[in-house]
Write a protein that binds this ligand. Structure first.
Ligand code: SAH
Ligand code: SF4
Length: 371
């Protein structure tokens, strides 16, 4: 399904495409930069705030472009100050954007590092057995403007000051493309969005602080390896042998480990960054010593960092989170073998922070959503 809105989301335009639009309107080229400045540096909420533009241009812009393609429906906070936003798109679809706050090492208690987790699709077609986003299947891809506007929404909520220094960047530290959907299945829109986030005329956000997570679409990983922007890659491995991976990730049948690992290696060689291997721990499925041994081999081969994620229970799914003791045994095994590994504990467990869970819960239980 493809959704064509009445108005184009303005946050999907690049400087060049906006210049083209303005050229057709017989407007001078410099207006495009002025508009970008209002959008990304001053971050205004309305067209009427763009006071250095002629009134007729502001009218035309408001008839042609949508300045708020995502609307906040619910904001949920968890005990560990992870915030989850449920956003509604123009066609009524719901997506999730998450703010994850982590205390900064060596700095005072009240400062924290802020990571924003964004969605790239409504639902997901890949049907991983443990994941809420895949349960109802894929509905549609997000447009570049819908992807970028999740970050603008965060800027508006978290940092509402409008008069700011020209080159000041956003108030968050990292972006992870780990929300709902498979980012590499929406490749062109994702790349366009990342370009806008990274551009000096856009959010001016460093590509090194953007991590794209994939369930392992090999052709797109190879394509991504040749992109010049130096963003990071996280690979959702979740099974260290084909047998186990296949059981929980249907994608493994299309791209088994013997194809996936070389593609990941290529990315690392071309980009020179350390790869992250995401590994959800599910009791008696992939938390065994044999899986730890196989994971050690893969991580060593790729010089990767391993991120262990204790499984978050999803309503209607049979899987269980392993006990603390089992989690620790697995982690220690990796450490003993000199694999850099961390365990992501509890972030947002109480607000359903794993991708797609809040949307699933709201849609299933039919909670009335504010218009
Ligand atoms: N489609 C991409 C990115 C979105 S999924 C991918 O699969 O990498 C983002 C992360 O959320 C993945 O690492 C995924 O495995 C994890 N996730 C999904 N369901 C989860 C659950 N129930 N508990 C913990 N993590 C989960
Ligand atoms: Fe899709 Fe990622 Fe969920 Fe798998 S884990 S169903 S690829 S969103």
């Amino acid at each position: 399904m493809k959704f064509t809105p009445d108005k184009l989301p303005i946050y999907g335009e690049t400087l060049e495409s906006l210049e083209q639009w303005l050229f057709q309107q017989k407007q001078p080229r410099f207006r495009a930069r002025q508009i970008m400045d209002w959008l990304y540096k001053k971050r205004v909420h309305t067209w009427s705030e763009m006071t250095n533009l002629p009134m007729s241009l502001r009218d035309w812009l408001s008839e042609t472009f949508d300045l708020s393609p995502t609307q906040l429906v619910i904001r949920k906070s968890s005990e560990d100050i992870t915030n989850k936003l449920l956003l509604r798109l123009r066609d009524g679809s719901l997506i999730e954007t998450v703010i994850i706050r982590a205390p900064q090492k060596g700095v005072g208690q009240d400062t924290s590092r802020k990571t924003i987790c964004i969605s790239t699709q409504v639902g997901c077609a890949y049907g991983c057995r443990f994941c809420a986003s895949g349960l109802a299947g894929w509905k549609r891809d997000l447009s570049p403007g819908e992807i970028v506007s999740q970050l603008i929404q965060i800027c508006h909520l978290e940092d509402p000051i409008t008069s700011r220094d020209k080159n000041e960047i956003a108030s968050f530290d990292n972006i992870v493309v780990m929300g709902m959907g498979e980012p590499l299945a929406n490749y062109d829109n994702l790349l366009q969005a990342l370009k806008i986030l990274n551009a000096p005329w856009g959010l001016n956000f460093g590509a090194r602080r953007i991590t794209v997570s994939t369930s392992g679409l090999v052709p797109e990983m190879i394509k991504l390896a040749s992109e010049p922007m130096p963003f990071r890659l996280a690979l959702s491995l979740h099974g260290a042998t084909n047998e186990v991976r296949e059981q929980i990730m249907p994608i493994n049948r299309r791209y088994p480990l013997e194809e996936l690992i070389p593609a990941a290696k290529l990315f690392v060689e071309k980009h020179g960054h350390m790869l992250t291997l995401e590994f959800i721990l599910i009791e008696k499925i992939n938390d065994t010593i044999a899986q730890a041994d196989a994971l050690i081999e893969i991580a060593r081969d790729l010089h990767a960092h391993v991120n262990l994620i204790p499984y978050n229970t999803v309503q209607g799914l049979p899987w269980k989170r392993p006990s603390r003791r089992r989690q620790n045994v697995f982690l220690e095994k990796l450490h003993k073998n000199h694999i850099p590994a961390t365990i992501r504990r509890e972030k947002g467990h109480d607000i359903n922070a794993a991708c797609g869970q809040l949307r699933l819960q709201i849609e299933k239980n039919g909670v009335a959503l504010p218009a």
